[in-house]
Design a protein around this ligand. Sequence first.
Ligand code: BGP
Length: 488
Amino acid sequence: MSFPKNFLWGGAVAANQYEGGFTEGGKGISVPDLLLGGDVNTPRTFFRKVLEGKFYPSHEATDFYHHYKEDIALFGEMGFKVFRTSINWARIFPNGDDLEPNEEGLAFYDRVFDECKKYDIEPLITLCHYEIPWNIVEKYNGFTDKRVIGMFVKYATTCFKRYKDKVKYWLTFNEINIALLSPQMGQLYGLGMMDREDLAREEPFLLNDMKDNVQLRFEALHNEFVASALAVIEGHKINPDFVIGNMICHITWYPFTCHPSDILAWQERDYFCNDFCGDVQVLGEYTDLAYGLMRKMGVDPSFITEEDKKILKEGKVDMYTCSYYHTNCVSTDPNQKTTGGNMMGGVPNPYLKASDWGWIIDPQGMKYTLKQLASRYPHTPLMIVENGFGAFDTVEEDGSIHDTYRIDYFREHIKAMKEAVEEGVNLIGYTTWGCIDVVSAGTGQLAKRYGFIYVDKHDDGSGDMSRSKKDSFEWYKKVIATNGEDLD
Ligand code: BGP
C-alpha cells in the first residue's frame, strides 16, 4: 500500500501573505495590513493606522492579485490536484459588519476558481487565515463580542452560496489554536482582539508588548468555536457534499528526558497546544480535561452555554487538518534554554538540526504526529495543509536556484508521511506551505522563502515580481506525477 490513488497533492498560501492589492477592488483594511516586518530576532511592529513611507509586506505581498493566471498555470504545470488559499474576509465584507458583500471581491475569487478548474485543481479554501477586517477589531474587539459570530457566519454563508459549485473543500479558521500558543499573535491575528489601551497608543509598538487577558482570550476562542460550528452546519445545508475542516497549528512535543516530571509536563503541553482545540472541533465538546485545563489557568468557563454546547455537537468538522513544521522538547529543568519555533518555541532536540529560524527539522516527527492524530480521531480523515522549509535562497548568475535543502526537507517528510499511510493513517492530502514565495506570517520577511517558485520581491520593497522555477519545482512535479513513489 502507498498513497491512495486520488491523494490530494498540492500547495498552500494565504491571501494576506500572497495576494497584495490591499485596497484594490473595494477591499477593506484587515489586521495584517497594519503590521510592519521584523526578522528572526525582531518581532513585528503594529500601529492602528497605515503610516506613510513605511514598507508593509502584505500590501503588495507577492501580488497574486495581478498574477493569478500565471501562477495557477505554474501550479497546473506541477500537476497540483489541490490549491489551498484563503478568501480575504475584508475583500468580501470590507468592514466586517457591512450589510451587503462587495461584488468586486466576490468576482475576483470567481476568476481564481475558474482558473483552477482549467487545470483540474480543487480549491481548498480557508475562510479566515489571520484576515479579520480591521473594523471588527476597532469597533467590536474581535471575537470577544458575540455579534462577530454572526458576521463570520454571514461571510461564510455568502462564500458557500456563491462558490457552492466551484469549491468543495473548506477550512473555517486557520490555526485556531494560535489563541493559546501565542497570546499576542493569537489575540490579534487569530481573535481580532486588542486591549483598548494598546489600541489607543500613539506610536507603533512591538507585537510582543501587547497586554494579555487570559479570561477574555478563552471567551473569544469559544466564540470562534461557535462561529466555526455554525459555519459547518450552514455549509452542509447549502451543499451536503462540502468537506469542511478545522485547522490546527500542530506543535509536536517530546519529553526532553524520561524523568516522570518531564513526561507529565510533555503530556500537559501537548494537550494544551493541540488537543484542547482539536477535541472541541472534532469531538464537538469540551472534554473533562478541557474544563480541568481552564480551571488550572484560572479561567471561569461559565461563558459556555447549553445552547452553545448543542451547536458545537452539531457542527463537528468533516476532516482534521493541520500544519506541521517542526517538533520541540519540553523540560522541567529551568536551565534548559528554549529556542524558536512556529508561534511557540521549546527546548531544542539534541539529535536534530534546525533551520536558520531555529525551527527543528524532524521528518519522523511527522509520522509520529499523524499516528497520534489517527488514534485520537479514528473516524476522521486527516490532511496536512502546511509543511515546508523557510530558507534564504540564492539566485545564481544564470537565474537558477539550487534549493537542494528544500528538496531534502520535503523528501524526508513525504517518506515519513508515506510510512504513516502504510501503517493505516487515513491521510487524504498534502499541501506544502508557500508553494510560491510569500510573506512570512511570523516575521513579515520576504527573505524567508518557502516556494517551488521564486518571486523577485525583497524586504526593502524592491523587485519586479517576476516568477522563476527553483530546482524543487521539477522535483515536486515528478513526486506528484508518480503519486509519491519517485522521491529521488
Ligand atoms: C503558519 C501559518 C502560515 C505560515 C506558516 C509559516 O503558522 O498558518 O500563515 O506563514 O506558519 O510561518 P512563517 O511564515 O512565520 O515562516
